[in-house]
Design a protein around this ligand. Sequence first.
Ligand code: IFM
Length: 454
Amino acid sequence: MATDASTDASTASNPLPRFPDGFLWGVSTSAHQIEGAAELRGPSVWDAFTAEPGRIKDGSTAAVACDHYHRYREDVALLADLGVDAYRFSVSWPRVDSPGGVGLDFYDRLVDELCAAGVRPVPTLFHWDLPAGLDWLERDTAARFAEYVSVVARRLGDRVGKWITLNEPAEHTLLGHALGIHAPGRELLFDALPVAHHQLLAHGLAVRALRASGATDVGIANSHGPTWPASDDPADREAADFYDLLLNRMFADPILTGRYPEGIGELMPGSAERIAADLEIIAEPLDWYGVNYYAPTRVGAPQGAEIEFGGVTLPAELPFSVREIEGRPRTDFGWPVVPEGLTELLTGFRDRYGDRLPPVVITENGCSYEGLDDRDRVAYLDGHVRALHRASEAGVDVRGYFVWSLLDNFEWAEGYARRFGLVHVDFATLERTPKASYGWFRDLIADQRRGPVG
Ligand code: IFM
């Protein structure tokens, strides 16, 4: 492991504002994207998907990934050197389900190592790697999830305080079940809606299971971003509103208000009575609400043709079309860099949900860029941390910020082509090398601990 990350890469000349005491600085990863050791876990829907020719752009698999399973001590040392308060990782359900139940031993060791290094473990209980044979179209998967959550909580709950139920149920529904870009590769379009409902139900049942095990610090990591209409034309505004419903309100409203947005509840599987009863479970109060933010989306009326957008092909029959956000820098993934979208998103949430919105934690924010001297990443992160502070000044109760990601990793259908890490991974040798952004984040955290900056 190289540790000579440059610390002078900041592109910002103004000192960063100070966040409140107790604010959590962290980094995030997920099991399937970094662990490897596929032979030491049960199969997941991602293994089958990855094996299908053409599904993963560079033809790679996550069988080894960053080999974090065997190198977790080195990775925890990187976290300790970075100085983060907390580390968000995910527990692999297929690993916990593996024969003999030995999979949980790994998380036991990881959590011990983190605690010994003074880094708070923040496990996510589902980050898309569903055990093969299970299916979110089936309601029963929610109950199975809650059973698995109880098993994990019983084992790790003496050392884990902060829990995340699900990662981005919106993306898992949309990319995995509506558009077929992620596992399990279904192209159900609006018939994928039960997948959203069953995940939300699983979230609520998991909150209950965690509470039953004594947990007092529970949240979710939902992906959100502002939706910008392509123009003032009513057709564009209507399409943008619909997109906003799908990405934002459909996943936040049930959790924060106990209701689906108008017109959505009727489309969910089951009688009105059953959906109403489910919503009571889904709206179990949370201690905090996690937001994964990357960029806003510009949306207009459908254009009657397929659209290539951010590495994804969107079918022509969608009732909206996604347009470019012009005049902005872009990450290597082609995503626009719009820090103020984060302020807009969070103040918008505060306005929409008021007192129902618990404290907010940014559970993911980051970007893909090549290279060790990743000044573009520093500029991206610096801009977003400032935008978060502006939301805080505007009255949003923000309690934490986690960079996606600690390590370059398996970026799902993109394979290893997109590098989101603060730490470079050479996928031939698995050597880790901190990038300039790692040094920048380390300095930021140290400065914040020192007291007022500037
Ligand atoms: O890598 C993903 C992560 O698994 C979920 N949120 C977005 C990241 C970048 O695409």
